[in-house]
Design a binder for this molecule. Structure first.
Ligand SMILES: C[S@@+](CC[C@H](N)C(=O)[O-])C[C@H]1O[C@@H](n2cnc3c(N)ncnc32)[C@H](O)[C@@H]1O
Length: 395
């Protein structure tokens, strides 16, 4: 029997088998478990509990019947507030470990903790539809995902009617429960009837086969056109809170660069209190969405540039006072950081979904910038994933 001591950064329990660190999926501190090792390497084991002999006092029942096998959620067996405490400590530890930064991390919880996701990607293997099991490419068949919106779950029940044997299907749902479907599959698909579903568009291998290739999203009274291949945050409640937080903290009447701008959300959110907003984004449809979104929201001080942030950042010949940056997990490139420093930017608002690359970048920026605040926004309840917004001010 092994006692789980704490959680690692991926939400797995940590114990030791003959002094070798062992990561135990779906086990929480205080649990005493028998283990089945599913992967052994020189330095560590990965295991799953074969039985829980003593349940941690903090353990709660999961709300999803697939939870114990599915690789999607990690923390459903903890109270929501305990998952938040875990995430705050995780961010603080990573900042300390990778950047030697000791700082208080504030937190904004999600008001909606189940059925919050507006997008899921399902795998289809031999007509079976589901998500991958933890640490494997084996499919766990599902007909409902308890962290996805109900409209998405209604759609899951009709996927079989498309006759897809193998492939992937991305289901997105907007504020109005309308659906945008993206199918990636070499199979010839059939178009079923969808009686009660509000389907805006279906795309098959980048080709529009039904309706439109985009839908509208709504956050804090602002509408955003979102194409099937453009990024949009998965939790609208938390996105709204991030909008408020950025509006409340940004320096006003400044030239703003919205780096990695997607469909223009974060820049458009502050355009009316800014002098000028520049946006840079690599996905063409997202840039087209951003241009349209400025018009839809009656904003005329934005300018968008298509291309890699690393290259396009050199093309801005105006002064920049504020950078809002929301990169993918890889974080910022050294060149982008150099240009931000060269331009003597007064304020950086760094939205991050990866605390390790955030720490790496803050370590470099630390010599020129003070960290005024770091707030964790719980974009992904009951998973180990974290979203943070940091406000930096020039020294
Ligand atoms: C985390 S999303 C943020 C989007 C937007 N700020 C939002 O909140 O909806 C990151 C964005 O960066 C874009 N991206 C990825 N790599 C890029 C690159 N090298 N240069 C510019 N944009 C990139 C992605 O297409 C995506 O839209």
């Amino acid at each position: 029997m092994y006692k789980i001591e704490k959680l690692n950064d991926q939400g797995q329990g940590i114990t030791y088998i003959n002094n070798k660190i062992t990561f135990v999926d779906k086990a929480i501190p205080g649990d005493e478990v028998d283990l089945k090792v599913i992967k052994e390497s020189k330095k560590y084991n990965i295991a799953i509990p074969s039985s829980i002999i003593v349940k941690s006092a903090d353990r709660v029942d999961e709300f999803c019947p697939y939870y114990n096998k599915c690789g999607g959620c990690q923390l459903q067996n903890m109270l929501y507030d305990n998952t938040i405490n875990y995430k705050v400590e995780k961010v603080k530890n990573i900042l300390k470990k990778f950047a030697n930064i000791n700082i208080n991390v504030n937190v904004i919880k999600s008001d909606i903790t189940t059925n919050y996701r507006n997008k899921i990607t399902l795998k289809i293997k031999n007509k079976k539809i589901g998500l991958y099991e933890y640490n494997s490419n084996d499919l766990i068949e599902i007909n409902e995902c308890f962290i996805a919106h109900n409209a998405i779950n209604d759609f899951i029940k009709v996927i079989n009617n498309f006759n897809i044997n193998n492939g992937e299907i991305v289901i997105r749902c907007n504020y109005n429960n309308e659906l945008l479907i993206n199918i990636i599959s070499n199979d010839k698909i059939t178009m079923p009837e969808f009686d009660n579903l509000k389907i805006v568009g279906i795309i098959h291998n980048n080709k529009l086969i039904y309706g439109e290739d985009h839908f509208m999203e709504l956050v804090n009274n602002k509408f955003f056109e979102v194409s099937y291949d453009s990024f949009f945050q998965v939790n609208r409640d938390i996105t709204s809170k991030i909008f408020d937080y950025i509006r409340n903290n940004i320096l006003k009447e400044k030239n703003v660069l919205d780096l990695y701008c997607g469909v223009g959300t974060l820049g458009i959110n502050v355009a009316d209190i800014s002098n000028k907003v520049y946006g840079i984004e690599i996905v063409e449809n997202a840039v087209l969405n951003a241009i349209k979104n400025s018009k839809i929201n009656k904003i005329d001080n934005t300018k968008y540039m298509l291309g890699s942030a690393q290259k396009i950042i050199d093309k801005i010949d105006d002064n920049i006072d504020v950078v809002i940056v929301d990169p993918p997990r890889s974080g910022l490139t050294n060149h982008e950081i150099d240009i931000i420093k060269e331009k003597n930017v007064d304020q950086i608002i760094y939205v991050s979904c990866d605390p390790i690359t955030l720490s790496r970048d803050l370590k470099i920026l630390n010599s020129n910038y003070n960290i005024k605040d770091i707030t964790l926004f719980d974009m992904f309840p009951y998973t180990y994933h974290v979203e943070t917004v940091s406000i930096l001010e020039r020294k």
